[in-house]
Design a protein around this ligand. Structure first.
Ligand SMILES: Nc1nc2c(c(=O)[nH]1)N[C@H]1C(S)=C(S)[C@@H](COP(=O)(O)OP(=O)(O)OC[C@H]3O[C@@H](n4cnc5c(N)ncnc54)[C@H](O)[C@@H]3O)O[C@H]1N2
Ligand code: MOO
Length: 366
């Protein structure tokens, strides 16, 4: 056997082995203007990767193929489709489904329901570091809809040493950490918006921030069920946050007052209201002055109570098409706990290029 495992065999000896190239069949076709018969291209009668069966032998011989290049199946080696199935198994977390049977060693994976697509980047990199196998995904942390394409996996050769697939499986370590990807469904349905700013409270300027936030939330099925315009005064903003929580909303969003002017009290008010602040500031433009925190359930709360996110939205969220808020929102609505490192990781790609027209989320932002 050659180094590659490919070998020329007599067709009658090829049963059980894997074809290394397409076998094109040409059949008698129509006639040309002069009545001459034309050969008809039938396309591939047998595809590369096909496992030759006893029934195929007479067909192949009738096509004039007395010899074939095949991969001899060796013990412990897998056909590409079998290997693709095992690779797909590494990917099929919650809300991920194989789009069908493997074809030519490739399997597509789609979303079974709406939610935020989450990828374990480190383990994905570990799997892709194994030669001869690959998993490509769409970018993680974005919202997806049922049926959306999420990932594809394939093995590179026609037959592959089972040890290579086992190496990929070890890198994924699904038993310890679960599959490489999942779609976390949206679990939050209601939000409070606290629009800060004395100019809004007094009616000097029309509130143009709240409608923007409402539209962004609506895309994820979240309704604004509580709203207040407390002005800039720290105590008033703290009180509004307390009332919003008492109203039982799933998340609290404060707009404006996030920067460094003397009357920018929102971060202080969020802290004073008792939130655990995860980050004030994010390596993203627009949106550097974002604050994200949580009100953790206390012992008296129901045992399945979730932390309630509280977000301070800087002014840019109102007038920029895409900001850090759009990067964090899908995970927030899915109740995925965000940590400081999630924001730290946004730096590379965190600069919006301000394209005209804006194609977010189909762009390098994030
Ligand atoms: N000296 C510095 N100035 C600013 C900084 C900085 O780091 N140093 N950061 C800039 C960045 S970045 C942003 S983003 C904004 C942050 O803005 P704020 O969240 O503090 O927003 P405000 O100051 O409250 O408002 C900005 C602007 O928008 C108007 N506004 C606010 N709310 C509403 C509303 N509901 N409807 C309509 N208009 C609203 C407000 O009147 C102001 O004109 O800070 C930069 N500055
Ligand atoms: O950095 Mo501000 O929070 O972009 O727009």
């Amino acid at each position: 056997m050659s180094e590659s495992g490919m070998r020329l065999v007599a067709t009658r000896d090829a049963v059980g082995h894997v074809l290394c190239h397409d076998m094109t069949q040409i059949l008698p076709g129509g006639t040309d203007a002069d009545g001459n018969e034309l050969p008809r291209y039938k396309g591939a009668r047998f595809r590369k990767g096909h496992v030759v069966t006893a029934e195929d032998v007479p067909v192949l011989l009738s096509m004039g193929k007395a010899h074939l290049y095949v991969w001899q199946k060796r013990p412990g080696w897998l056909h590409e489709d079998e290997a693709a199935r095992r690779m797909a198994a590494l990917c099929l977390g919650e809300g991920c489904v194989a789009a069908g049977e493997p074809r030519e060693g490739k399997i597509a994976i789609n979303a079974a329901h709406d939610g935020v697509f989450l990828v374990d980047s480190e383990r994905l990199t570990a799997v892709n570091s194994v030669d001869q196998v690959m998993v490509a995904t769409r970018r993680g942390n974005f919202g997806v809809r049922a049926g959306d394409a999420l990932a594809g996996t394939r093995v590179i050769p026609l037959v592959i040493d089972g040890a290579v697939v086992a190496q990929a499986e070890a890198a994924a370590d699904v038993a310890a950490h679960g599959p490489l990807m999942r779609v976390a469904p949206y679990v939050m349905h209601t939000a409070a918006v606290i629009t800060t700013g004395s100019e809004v409270k007094s009616g000097l300027i029309e509130d143009r921030f709240t409608p923007v936030v409402e539209r962004k939330l609506a895309r994820f099925g979240v309704r604004v069920t509580w709203h207040a315009t407390p002005g800039d005064n720290m105590e008033d903003v703290v009180a509004a946050i307390g009332e919003a929580r008492a109203a039982g909303v799933d998340m609290v969003l404060c707009t404006g007052g996030m920067s460094v002017d003397p009357d920018d009290n929102t971060p202080g008010a969020i802290r004073r209201a008792g939130a655990r602040v995860v980050t004030y500031g994010a390596p993203v433009l627009p949106g550097a002055m974002l604050l994200v925190g949580y009100f953790d359930p206390d012992a008296a709360d129901e045992k399945d109570a979730r932390p309630v996110p509280v977000v301070g939205l800087p002014g840019c969220v109102m007038y920029s098409k895409a900001t850090v808020f759009d990067l964090a929102l899908p995970r927030l609505v899915a109740g995925v706990p965000l940590e400081k490192r999630d924001f730290v990781a946004m730096g590379e790609g965190g600069l919006c290029l301000g394209c005209d027209p804006c194609t977010f989320p189909h762009c390098p932002f994030a």
